[in-house]
Design a protein around this ligand. Structure first.
Ligand code: SAM
Length: 329
């Protein structure tokens, strides 16, 4: 059975529109304007991101594909019973997971796959393409449109099955250290002793390689799409022609930081917020960050947030790692 559900925001969380408005207002009011990258992901943003993941110079996707293709056997060995939930947080197009799904079905597992994503287009397209390519009745699929934890809590309430949770790509890399810690602490409280987390980390590497991954016309289009989103969701009048994008590795913050530069003096009005924001010529607005990790930092992050590392799965160049974690006893 294949289905898609729209999640209701939890009782303490704001609706998606309110979260969007509040993040934009907060980010544009800072002395150094800075917006979180999750704002970029609607259906069109997900399509541009998918195209980025197909670029040879965008190493995280190529490396993670290699890991899943070559080490799917090790991942399948984490399953202890006949049935389990395969839960994917921020699934996007689920391209890498489809390799794993195929393998798990070949290994005769029956399971329920739950991709969770705030981008409705990403979830709908993923369900549609899985439906077209999978006829195996041992596979059940429920796509959940909404926030990670609203999705996880809904699944866990359905009963006590083993959960294999995937958090792939550079989604953790994109979080600032405080958000990463609170995300992992929350996840640790939600998972049980038999559950596993497979989590992706882009590793620190030659900054010249990092530069070429984050500076190309598609990356610029992706970052500029944020302005379309603010125009559409909040009735703003950003003109994309008045901005250019550049990304660079900052050795002090240890992150690749992407900026939109205002090419002229300009004032942008945001109708829903009833506010004007002034940009001086060449003023920057940060639109993305991607922290680069060492293995020591990954292990510290796991143990400080209640997990233990079971194993690291690397690509052949050791540019990326998918780390297998369990909740520490
Ligand atoms: C960097 S992309 C990674 C996509 C995919 N996992 C991959 O490896 O290609 C991050 C994904 O997380 C989703 N996302 C961001 N914040 C989210 C949230 N709070 N809840 C659910 N999904 C979220 C985005 O829509 C996007 O599809």
């Amino acid at each position: 059975m294949f289905e898609t559900k729209v999640l209701k925001a939890g009782p303490t969380s704001l609706s998606q529109e309110k979260q969007f408005a509040s993040a934009v207002e907060k980010g544009l009011s800072l002395d150094n304007k800075c917006l979180p990258s999750w704002l970029i992901f609607d259906s069109a943003g997900s399509i541009i991101f998918k195209a980025i993941t197909e670029l040879a110079e965008y190493l995280p996707a190529a490396c993670e594909f290699e890991i899943i293709r070559n080490q799917k056997n090790k991942i399948a060995k984490l399953i202890t019973g006949d049935t389990f939930n395969l839960i994917e947080l921020g699934s996007g197009d689920g391209c890498k997971t489809r390799i794993l799904i195929e393998h798990l079905l070949n290994e005769k597992f029956g399971f329920h796959y739950y991709p969770i994503d705030i981008s409705s287009g990403a979830v709908t397209n993923l369900i549609r393409s899985l439906e077209a390519e999978q006829q195996d009745t041992r596979l059940q699929v429920t796509g959940l449109i909404g926030d990670y934890f609203d999705g996880l809590n809904a699944i866990i309430q359905e009963g006590p099955k083993q959960n294999l949770v995937l958090f792939l790509g550079v989604t953790l890399n994109n979080m600032n250290p405080d958000s990463a810690r609170s995300f992992l602490k929350n996840l640790c409280k939600t998972l049980g002793p038999k559950d596993y987390l497979l989590i992706g980390f882009d590793l620190m590497k030659n900054p010249k390689l990092l530069y070429s991954a984050y500076n190309n016309p598609l990356f610029e289009k992706f970052n500029l799409h944020l302005l379309d989103r603010i125009n559409q969701v909040l009735g703003a009048n950003f003109n994309k022609d008045n901005f250019v994008q550049q990304g660079q590795y900052n050795p002090i913050t240890r992150a690749v930081e992407s900026y939109l530069y205002s090419t002229c003096n300009q004032t942008v009005h945001i109708r829903t917020l009833n506010k004007d924001y002034h940009f001086k010529a060449w003023e920057t607005m940060q639109t993305e960050q991607s922290f680069k990790f060492t293995l020591e930092e990954i292990e510290k992050l796991a143990t400080e947030n209640g997990f233990q590392v079971e194993e690291h799965l690397f690509d052949s160049r050791k540019y990326f790692v998918n780390s297998i974690w369990k909740v520490a006893p």
